[in-house]
Write a protein that binds this ligand. Structure first.
Ligand code: KG4
Ligand code: ZN
Length: 336
């Protein structure tokens, strides 16, 4: 079964063709960073208009790369939410039109479920259920108890900033340009993670919540202090990163202490972080629990992950192409 995936929830105009929710035949993402960089963040109006300008070409590009035509497509999967409303509606309108015109099934996918199923792409061995998913992106940071492809519950979430948001804001304080996460990652490689001690948020006993805004503020105060003015930027980056990852790993440990998980999945844009990946691999070896992290191109927003989720959830996410509407606040739990 070949699913055409369409993802336009934020600022990436992404399309993909995926066979049986696993084999990626083509994955196209036209990155809009150049249009947003000068504003230091995503401008929703611009993102939406760029999606309109880029999406049809991105669909044609995916078909061309896979050597296929619309006749080879069995179904369409599209991100319904959560995300920016002006961006979501472009993908949803286009997916509805294609499904209607081609008379193919249409599946409406939750963007965050897509991030989880990114871990199933292009690999022989799939994560065994039940597993714990640590989902760390620019808009969300959460721990998800995944019992099956359609039974998933958020068991911990951030109280304030998402991990990626903390990376982007801290990168800005360090004078790095948008999007700051990958640049901070690169800068931290030459820094000492023990140079400075920034606060690690501790949740109440048994709770699995996260928080990053205190950490970001602490880095800001430090950089404004006398000591901070002369501090080595790479050391600050590495020390900030160590604090973020300590908090994430502490919460993963708490979740594993109370749940019977067979694997750990780490996904979302921040899962592309090299130090987080190294820490997760070391954790996996020590605990003898398999860890699944998608390759970086499937950690950040992409449409292959939407097709992967659509394939596995198809029994309950099929929608009518005439009535589907985007939902910027789409709830995480599937209404079965
Ligand atoms: O999942 P994603 O592409 O979009 C959302 O759904 O939010 O995540 C984007 C976020 C941004 O905050 C970006 O700075 C962060 O992921 N990110 C990284 C890295 N690559 C992307 N953060 C840290 N290290 C990276 N290598
Ligand atoms: Zn995302």
């Amino acid at each position: 079964m070949i699913i055409l995936g369409i993802e336009t929830s934020c600022d990436d105009t992404a399309t993909a063709l995926v066979r049986d929710g696993r084999d990626v035949l083509a994955s196209v993402s036209t990155n809009q960073d150049a249009f947003h960089e000068k504003y230091g963040g995503i401008v929703p109006e611009i993102a939406s208009r760029q999606h309109v300008a880029l999406l049809s070409a991105a669909v044609d590009d995916a078909l061309g790369r896979a050597g296929m035509t619309f006749a080879d497509v069995d179904a369409i999967g599209v991100t319904r939410g959560p995300g920016l409303i002006g961006s979501l509606v472009v993908g949803v309108a286009s997916a509805k039109a294609l499904a209607f015109a081609l008379n193919k099934p249409l599946y409406a996918v939750n963007h965050l479920h897509g991030h989880i199923f990114a871990a199933f792409l292009d690999r022989e061995e799939e994560p065994p259920y039940p597993f714990l998913a640590l989902l760390v992106s620019g808009g969300h940071s959460q721990l998800v108890d995944v019992r099956s492809a359609t039974q998933m519950h958020v068991i911990g979430r951030t109280r304030d900033d998402a991990a990626g948001e903390a990376y982007d804001k801290t990168a800005r304080l360090l004078g790095l340009s948008y999007p700051g996460g990958p640049q901070l990652d690169a800068l931290a490689k030459s820094g000492n993670p023990k140079a400075f001690t920034f606060p690690r948020y501790r949740s109440d006993a048994g709770a699995l919540d996260l928080s990053f805004s205190g950490l970001k503020t602490s880095v800001r105060y430090f950089l404004e202090s006398e000591a901070g003015k002369d501090a080595n930027r790479a050391d600050v980056a590495a020390s900030f990163q160590a604090a973020v990852i300590d908090v994430l790993m502490a919460r993963v440990n708490s979740a594993f202490a109370s749940g019977n998980y067979r694997a750990l999945v780490v996904s979302g844009g921040v899962a592309a972080n090299s130090e987080l990946q190294a820490r997760v691999r070391a954790w996996s070896e020590r605990r003898r629990v398999p860890a699944f992290i998608p390759p970086p191109k499937y950690c950040t927003d992409n449409a292959a992950m939407i097709a992967a989720a659509a394939f596995r959830q198809r029994a309950i996410v099929r929608v009518d192409p005439l009535t589907l509407s985007a939902d910027p606040n789409l709830p995480f739990d599937l209404a079965a």
